[in-house]
Write a protein that binds this ligand. Sequence first.
Ligand code: GSH
Length: 258
Amino acid sequence: MRLCRRSIQSIAGALRDVVERAGGSGVSASQGNILFGASSSSRVNKVQWAAAEVGVSYRQVEISTSELKLNDNYLRINSKGTVPTWVECDSPVPFVLNESNTIVAHLAMTQGGSRLDPRDPRLRMLAWQWQEYGETTLQPALSPVWWGYKFGSGYPLGQGSALVPLEPAKLAASVQKAIRAWAAVDAHLAADGRPFMLGDDLTFGDITCGVHANRLFQMGAEGPDGRFGHLRALRAWYDRLLARPAYVKLVVAPTLKV
Ligand SMILES: N[C@@H](CCC(=O)N[C@@H](CS)C(=O)NCC(=O)O)C(=O)O
């Protein structure tokens, strides 16, 4: 579809206006990148970490998710009402993207050169495979364990993220499930002694698993109650991530505050 210059300008202007209203006073959508979402969210941390690794700058709008979900302008740029949302204001029409894994892959592929992006289409899909595993398997397996050990709460949380009574039998079953989920990452890393998920270098395939590994080892050097201590390749990979300043600052530090 081709649009004439005048309609591109009006769409761009309207979208910039919506982005600015969603971000509140002082947010300019005239240039640069904007990240919507608070640093307390692990999915926002993924984007922060990836952006730092590839060296792309942005302004962060740290409005709570519960507030953003009630913000009609935010819902116009992300109808899911979730965080993170990434906006690139420098395109002719601002480019708006949600889904944390998609944003991370986008940054790797468009900003990273060979940093984070393995480039080869098959390797990219292997990176994507681990991103999906992080979001669809590790995150749900670990969340009940994280909320149980860190906050003494059952999971799922109640309305407005309220803590709910802990059921010890459910927590024990969740730990078992999490051990199985993490054992797959450990076996993959151990198979040929690879330092990172795809080989010798950090790629975007390390990002989501890496964010959740931090939560796991925040609950103890060998995971909660030392139950993950046998997953040695996993721990060694986490130690390698800890050697990266961007990981420590943007992924580890926010979880130390909670
Ligand atoms: N798959 C989405 C999930 C986004 C998501 O659920 N984010 C949470 C914060 S970490 C959120 O916005 N929760 C509020 C809600 O879903 O209502 C992604 O990775 O971006």
